[in-house]
Design a binder for this molecule. Structure first.
Ligand SMILES: Nc1nc2c(ncn2[C@@H]2O[C@H](COP(=O)(O)OP(=O)(O)O)[C@@H](O)[C@H]2O)c(=O)[nH]1
Ligand SMILES: [Mg+2]
Length: 263
């Protein structure tokens, strides 16, 4: 609990048996519930999760990282979350900062808070490969131009959301693949959500990073497409399925006001 709000941590997991315990052990006591969704891991992720006392949900088929997050958010909302914090179970991000991210939303200042690896320059220090760093910076710059937001990065796997954001954005329409991460941020910007950021150390080691060069390229192209879709939707020229909002949001999306003002 923080400020009377129920904090639920969600972990989209795929072969995280080696790193899960280290991640969970650093979760602050104030976290109310931790839900792990397993996407048909072939290692002992599910057994470790049960042993650590997490709430566990197992996909019957491998759906992908985006499909995994869809289940994570649906389960967190069903579990009564006021604040949902996603952190990867690969110990790449710092669980010690979970309540910092949650607090930025729980006290009402922001609708979404991101743990940024590029703010204050931690990404390269943490071992992010140079090509990932370069594409992160280039894609972020491009997205900032097209969305008008000024985020330091769009690609972190460490985020907190208010319940209202997750009930507002049509994330079920998003990709089942990695670009889900990018689409949900674009949707939130479209809806006028208020974004906050903190710096977050990152750790790159073999178990923390499985996305190879070709999958990164597919992701990068998806990011470009998402940004263009955002711009077209914003101009009212073409609204792709990921920007199919209820009419009340569309009317107000024209003005950059916060979700909090929309009640
Ligand atoms: N559901 C699902 N998740 C995946 C898959 N591959 C990776 N992940 C998860 O996606 C997240 C990001 O992938 P990761 O390899 O750590 O990427 P990187 O750290 O950005 O290089 C991790 O939490 C993985 O567990 C997959 O095929 N399916
Ligand atoms: Mg990782």
């Amino acid at each position: 609990m923080i400020n009377g709000k129920r904090v639920v941590v969600v972990m989209p997991a795929f072969n995280a048996a080696e790193t899960l315990e280290a991640t969970v052990r650093e979760l602050p006591d104030a976290v109310d519930e931790c839900i792990l969704v397993d996407d048909q891991s072939s290692d002992g992720t599910v057994e470790v999760a049960h042993r650590l006392g997490l709430t566990v949900e197992v996909h019957e088929i491998n759906r992908g990282y985006g499909g995994n997050q869809k289940t994570c958010y649906a389960r967190a909302l069903a579990a009564g979350a006021d604040i949902v914090v996603m952190i990867h179970p690969d110990y790449q991000y710092s669980p010690l900062l979970v309540m910092s991210l949650a607090g930025m939303v729980a006290y009402g200042e922001y609708d979404i808070a991101l743990g940024s690896r590029t703010l204050l320059g931690g990404a390269r220090r943490g071992g992010m490969p140079f090509y990932k760093y370069l594409s992160n910076r280039a894609l972020t710059h491009f997205q900032n131009l097209l969305t008008g937001a000024h985020l330091s990065e769009y690609h972190t796997g460490f985020r907190s959301f208010s319940r209202e954001v997750l009930e507002t954005v049509p994330y079920a329409n998003n990709s089942e693949d990695f670009v889900f991460d990018n689409q949900i941020l674009a949707q939130a910007i479209f809806a006028g959500a208020r974004f906050g950021e903190i710096s977050c150390p990152t750790r790159y080691f073999p178990e923390a990073s499985s996305i190879n060069f070709s999958r990164s390229c597919v992701y990068g192209l998806g990011v470009l497409k998402t940004s263009l879709q955002f711009r077209l939707a914003k101009w009212g020229w073409f609204r792709s399925s990921i920007f199919q909002f209820p009419a009340r949001i569309l009317e107000r999306a024209a003005q950059p006001i916060s979700l909090a003002d929309r009640r």
